[in-house]
Design a protein around this ligand. Structure first.
Ligand code: MG
Ligand code: ZN
Length: 375
C-alpha cells in the first residue's frame, strides 16, 4: 500500500518539476527537492563483471518468467574508471562504492596514498545500523572486502580475514575458510570470530534458526564456492533471504551488500554457459530482494556492477559457414579481461530517482549517504 502511495506522491512531485526545470531554481523547487523520501534500509547488489549484455541474458535465456531487472523503477549508467586506469578492477571499483573515493586498481578501502578511508559499513554502524555481506567468492575477495577492510593490496587475504573479525559486520556468508584457519601466520581467526560473538558454520544447511542477539558467519568453501553449473545450487538467493530475515528481525535499520561474484569469473573464462547460469542465479537473488522490499517499505534497493568482463556481445549464431542465424543468440566474448563500458544501475524504493542519470561509480556511495543523512 505504501509503495503505491510513494509512486503517486513522486508523480505529483515530478510533474511540476518538469515544467519549471528550465528556469532558475525557485523556492518551490527547493522545497520539492528536500521532500525526497528517505530510505531506512539499503540493499546494494553488485554483479561483478556485469555489463548490459550480461544483464540482457536474463531477458533472453530465462525460462520461468520475466527478468527481475524489469521490476526496477529507475535506471542510470556509471563510469567505473579508477584513479590510475580507464579500466578498473574489482578492488578499486568496490572501494568507490564502499568508501566514495576513486583509488588505484588493487586497493581495498584505502586512498591513493594507501591511507584507510571510512567505508559505508563503518559509517552506518555509528548510527546503530546492522550490516551484512554476502558473496559467492571468498568473503575476503576484493568486492566484499572493500566493504569492511583496509589493505594496500587485494591479495592480502589473511590481513583482510583478520580485519573482518574486528569489523562492524554482523553477518557474513560466502567462502574463504582457508584464510581463517591453517594460516601462514599461525593465527586461528575462526576462534577469533567466536570470541567476538560470531556463530560460525560451514554450510547454509547447518545454519539453525538465527537469533537476533548473535552474529553469524558462514564459510561455505575453502576459497570461492563452486559455480552454479558445477553444483552450487541456490546458495546466493538462500543466503540473501536468510540474511534479510535475520537483519529485519532486529528492529534496527540495516545495510546489506550482496555480490554475484562469479559473473566476472565466467567472463574471464569466456564461458557462455557459466555466465548465463550465474546471471540467472543473480536474477533469482534480485527477485528475493525485491519481494522483501515490496513487503518492507522504506527499503532502497540498488543493483549495479563494478565493471564489465569479457567484452560480451549477444551475437547471432553464425553456424558452420551457413551465414548468421538472427533467431539464435550466441554469447560472444571479445577479451579475457575487463572492459570500460558504462554500467547499468537499477534502483527501486525511497530515493531511487537519485540513481537516474550518467555519473561516476563513487557517486553511488554519496547518493546513499546523502539519502540516509545520518548524524
Ligand atoms: Mg568480486
Ligand atoms: Zn575480474
Amino acid at each position: 500500500m505504501k509503495k503505491f502511495l510513494h509512486t503517486t506522491v513522486s508523480l505529483f512531485l515530478i510533474i511540476p518539476f518538469v515544467f519549471i526545470s528550465c528556469k532558475k531554481k525557485t523556492s518551490t523547487e527547493e522545497a520539492i527537492t528536500r521532500e525526497v523520501p528517505r530510505p531506512v534500509n539499503v540493499i546494494l547488489l553488485i554483479g561483478d563483471g556485469m555489463g548490459l549484455a550480461q544483464v540482457s541474458t536474463t531477458v533472453y535465456f530465462k525460462k520461468d518468467g520475466p527478468s527481475n531487472f524489469q521490476r526496477f523503477e529507475y535506471i542510470g549508467l556509471i563510469n567505473s574508471s579508477s584513479a590510475d586506469a580507464k579500466i578498473t578492477d574489482s578492488a578499486a571499483s568496490g572501494t568507490a562504492f564502499a568508501c566514495g573515493e576513486l583509488t588505484y586498481n588493487g586497493a581495498i578501502g584505502v586512498d591513493t596514498a594507501k591511507q584507510s578511508i571510512t567505508n559505508i559499513i563503518e559509517y552506518v554502524s555509528r548510527s546503530g545500523y546492522q550490516t551484512g555481506v554476502v558473496a559467492t567468492s571468498s568473503i575476503t575477495h576484493a568486492t566484499p572486502a572493500s566493504f569492511y577492510a583496509h589493505a594496500a593490496s587485494r591479495n592480502m587475504n589473511e590481513l583482510i580475514a583478520t580485519q573482518l573479525t574486528e569489523s562492524e559486520v554482523d553477518v557474513f556468508m560466502g567462502g574463504g575458510r582457508k584464510f581463517f584457519e591453517n594460516r601462514e601466520d599461525g593465527e586461528d581467526m575462526i576462534q577469533r570470530l567466536k570470541d567476538r560473538n560470531f556463530n560460525i558454520y560451514y554450510s547454509l544447511e547447518e545454519l539453525p534458526a538465527m537469533d537476533s542477539g548473535k552474529k553469524y558467519g558462514i564459510l561455505a568453501a575453502p576459497d570461492g564456492l563452486p559455480p552454479v553449473y558445477q553444483g552450487r545450487g541456490e546458495f546466493l538467493s538462500q543466503a540473501t533471504e536468510k540474511t534479510l530475515n535475520y537483519l529485519s528481525g532486529k528492529q534496527q535499520p540495516f545495510f546489506l551488500m550482496v555480490e554475484g561474484s562469479q559473473i566476472d569469473w565466467a567472463g574471464h573464462e569466456n564461458n557462455g554457459e557459466y555466465l548465463i547460469t550465474e546471471m540467472l542465479d543473480f536474477d533469482r537473488t534480485i527477485g528475493k530482494v525485491m519481494d522483501f522490499a515490496e513487503k518492507n517499505p522504506g527499503t532502497l534497493v540498488i543493483v549495479t556492477a563494478d565493471h564489465e568482463t569479457g567484452g560480451l556481445a549477444l551475437s547471432a549464431n553464425s553456424g558452420s559457414g551457413m551465414g548468421a542465424n538472427y533467431d539464435e543468440i550466441m554469447p560472444t566474448f571479445s577479451t579475457g579481461g575487463h572492459t570500460s563500458t558504462l554500467l547499468p544501475v537499477f534502483a527501486s524504493g525511497p530515493g531511487a530517482e537519485k540513481f537516474a542519470g550518467i555519473y561516476q561509480n563513487n557517486q553511488i556511495y554519496h547518493k546513499i549517504v546523502d539519502l540516509l543523512s545520518l548524524e
